[in-house]
Design a protein around this ligand. Sequence first.
Ligand code: CA
Length: 85
Amino acid sequence: MILLYVVLFLMIDNKVERNAHSVNLINCSLCQADFNDDGKLNFFDISDFLSAFATNDTSADFTEDGAFDFFDVSAFLAAFSAGCP
Ligand SMILES: [Ca+2]
């Protein structure tokens, strides 16, 4: 997500041309289930999500309500099952 903000800032500031790399970063960040942002949905996304959840990492607060509970896991698994565009 931080990369997206950096790319958008640089694009607005006209320091980076609008090229394929910028588009790829934006498209990747649209898929919340791709938890490790590698462009693939697989076991590693689930593993990374569960590790973040176990340590109360804010990235695992999938429902964005400040709590770490079943609903975050359920929301992540629903997004994972839905897949990415
Ligand atoms: Ca992934």
